[in-house]
Design a protein around this ligand. Structure first.
Ligand SMILES: [Zn+2]
Length: 259
C-alpha cells in the first residue's frame, strides 16, 4: 500500500522545512486523523484489544510480531488508517499488516517503544555510529507516522552526541539522504550541525578523509553543505547539539511537547 501521498498535510516543527500543502483527499483524511490524536490507551484498554500480526521485511529475513491493536492505532496514524479508518483496506478486517519493504530490526525498536520498554532506545547507548544506527528506526517511525518516537530518537541522538563529544559529518548526511529523509528534522539537525562544525571546528573535518570522499561523491550534497555553511556565516547559531526546548521535533499530531 502506498501511503506516501497520505503523508501530505504534515507539519514539522523545523523552522527550515516548509510545511507541505495538502494536495488530495487522502492527504486530507490523514491530516484529520492526525489532528484527532488519540489518547494513549491504559494497560487494561490495550491488553483487551485484538492482536495484530505485523509482518516486516522480505524472506528469508521476514519476521512477524504480534502487537496489540490499541497500541498501534493510538500512536501511529499509519496503523490507525490501516486498521480503523480506511474501510477499503483489507488489513482492518484480517488483523494483519505486511510491511515488506521495511526493516525488522527497526520494527523491533518501534514495538519496544510502544510497550514502553526501558531498553527501547538502548541501541543508541551501545554504538559509536549513532547516526547510522538510528536512521532505520527514524525512517520507520516517519513512515508509520509516530512523531513521538521520532522526537524521542532525535532527543536521544543529540544527547549522546553531546555526552560523547561527537559531531556529524558529510558521510552521515549522505546516509540520511539515501534513506529519503530530506524532509525530516533529522536531516535539518544534521546539516545545521555540519555547518556549525565546518565553521567552528574545521580541523576536525579536515582530519577525516572519508568526509572529503563523501562530498566528492555527491555533488548535490556538497552544494547543500556549502549553502548551509554560507547561511551559518550570515545567521550563525549555537551548536545544534546544545539547543534547548522544542527543537527538531514533529508535533504534527497535535501532541504537546513534554520539554
Ligand atoms: Zn517539542
Amino acid at each position: 500500500m502506498d501511503l506516501k501521498s497520505m503523508l501530505e498535510g504534515r507539519k514539522i516543527s523545523s523552522p527550515l522545512v516548509a510545511p507541505i500543502k495538502e494536495g488530495n483527499t487522502q492527504g486530507k483524511a490523514m491530516s484529520e486523523a492526525n489532528a484527532r490524536k488519540r489518547k494513549a490507551p491504559s494497560a487494561t484498554e490495550f491488553t483487551l484489544s485484538p492482536m495484530i500480526a505485523v509482518t516486516v521485511g522480505k524472506e528469508p529475513n521476514q519476521v512477524t510480531r504480534l502487537v496489540h491493536k490499541e497500541l498501534l492505532t493510538a500512536h501511529s496514524a499509519y496503523f490507525n488508517a490501516c486498521l480503523n479508518r480506511v474501510s477499503s483496506w483489507k488489513e482492518g478486517e484480517e488483523n494483519k499488516v505486511l510491511l515488506e519493504e521495511d526493516d525488522p530490526e527497526a520494527f523491533n525498536v518501534v514495538v519496544s517503544w510502544l510497550y514502553k520498554e526501558s531498553t527501547a532506545l538502548a541501541f543508541l547507548d551501545s554504538t559509536d555510529s549513532l547516526t547510522y544506527s538510528m536512521v532505520g528506526p527514524y525512517k520507520l517511525a516517519d513512515k508509520l507516522m509516530i512523531p513521538e518516537l521520532k522526537n524521542a530518537l532525535i532527543d536521544r541522538l543529540r544527547q549522546k552526541l553531546k555526552v560523547r563529544d561527537r559531531l556529524m559529518g558529510p558521510d552521515q548526511l549522505k546516509k540520511i539522504r539515501q534513506a529519503d529523509l530530506l524532509h525530516s528534522s533529522l536531516y535539518e539537525f544534521s546539516i545545521r550541525q555540519f555547518a556549525w562544525t565546518y565553521c567552528k571546528l574545521p580541523k576536525i573535518l579536515y582530519q577525516q578523509k572519508e568526509q572529503d570522499d563523501a562530498l566528492d561523491a555527491d555533488l548535490e550534497l556538497a552544494r547543500e553543505c556549502l549553502s548551509m555553511t554560507q547561511k551559518f556565516l550570515v545567521d550563525g547559531w549555537e551548536d545544534p547539539r546544545m539547543e534547548k526546548g522544542c527543537v527538531y521535533h514533529d508535533h504534527s499530531d497535535g501532541s504537546e511537547c513534554p520539554k
